[in-house]
Design a protein around this ligand. Structure first.
Ligand SMILES: [Zn+2]
Ligand SMILES: [Zn+2]
Ligand SMILES: [Zn+2]
Length: 260
């Protein structure tokens, strides 16, 4: 299985519009963070590579072009905040020949229906809408020949989902990992978890909280995502090496590819 980071930034993205701080002005390509998303590819399934994307934020089109995505088997949503769903219309070219299954919890699907009401309304033929099928994720499901388990986590007071497949789990925008979800994460070795910045935040884990969650899960390799413009990639590498070496913590970056 291959995981490609399509984006690793918080809701503003990095650089932030109008900001000239040293991170936003950095020439290191790893300091350019599109909104958080990953592509998960299995080996070959039924003669073709299977691919699933988690979240479709505002840069989905740019991310898909950069990664050379030509088809996906499903879209898994963590939640329906703008930085995670505002690219939904841009899945359109990927739904020419098939209806794309989109999985989420009840809150996410309701919010998606509201934000993208035109998609779910009867309109004239050739109306230029993505063909998506919203599906409620109530338990383990199969997408693109891969088995996924939705992991309930809290984002402030909002119930959202992380996603697990095999030894890999992707959790973003989490501010509390409920004890009831820990058994669902048993045996996860490679973890993606959000770490916004050093200071605590109401609705997102800080870097330390993200690494603490990785310790509770017992991850062997931890990649931080959904990071803001407070620290350069280099600084994040140092910080993670000091505070999260026991879970192999490192900051992810856009276009990073990992094999699991
Ligand atoms: Zn977010
Ligand atoms: Zn900045
Ligand atoms: Zn969010």
């Amino acid at each position: 299985m291959r995981v490609l980071f399509l984006g690793t930034g918080t809701s503003f993205g990095v650089p932030v519009i109008g900001c000239s701080c040293r991170v936003c002005a950095s020439s290191d390509p790893r300091d350019k963070r599109y909104r958080a998303s990953v592509l998960i590819e299995s080996g070959r399934v039924h003669g073709g590579a299977a691919a699933v994307v988690v979240d479709a934020g505002p840069e989905f089109r740019l991310q898909a072009l950069r990664a050379g995505i030509s088809s996906i088997d499903a879209l898994l949503l963590t939640h329906a905040h703008a930085d995670h769903v505002n690219g939904l219309d841009d899945v359109r070219p990927l739904t020419k020949d098939r209806i794309l299954p989109v999985y989420g919890n009840a809150e996410t699907l309701a919010e998606t229906r509201e934000r993208f009401a035109y998609i779910f309304r009867e309109t004239q033929a050739g109306g230029g809408k993505p063909r998506v099928d919203l599906r409620l994720a109530t338990g383990p499901l199969s997408a693109g020949g891969m088995d996924f388990v939705p992991i309930p986590v809290s984002h402030g007071v909002l119930p959202i989902l992380g996603w697990r497949t095999g030894r890999f789990a992707y959790i973003t925008d989490c501010s509390d990992l409920p004890a009831a979800s820990l058994p669902l994460l048993a045996g996860v070795e490679v973890l993606v978890i959000n770490g916004l910045r050093r200071k605590p935040h109401e609705t997102h884990f800080s870097l330390d909280q993200g690494m603490d969650a990785a310790k509770r899960i017992g991850a062997k390799r931890t990649w931080l995502t959904h990071m803001n413009h407070e620290s350069t990639h280099e600084e994040l590498e140092d910080y993670c090496a000091q505070r999260g070496a026991d879970v192999g913590a490192r900051p992810a970056w856009d276009s990073l590819e990992i094999e699991i």
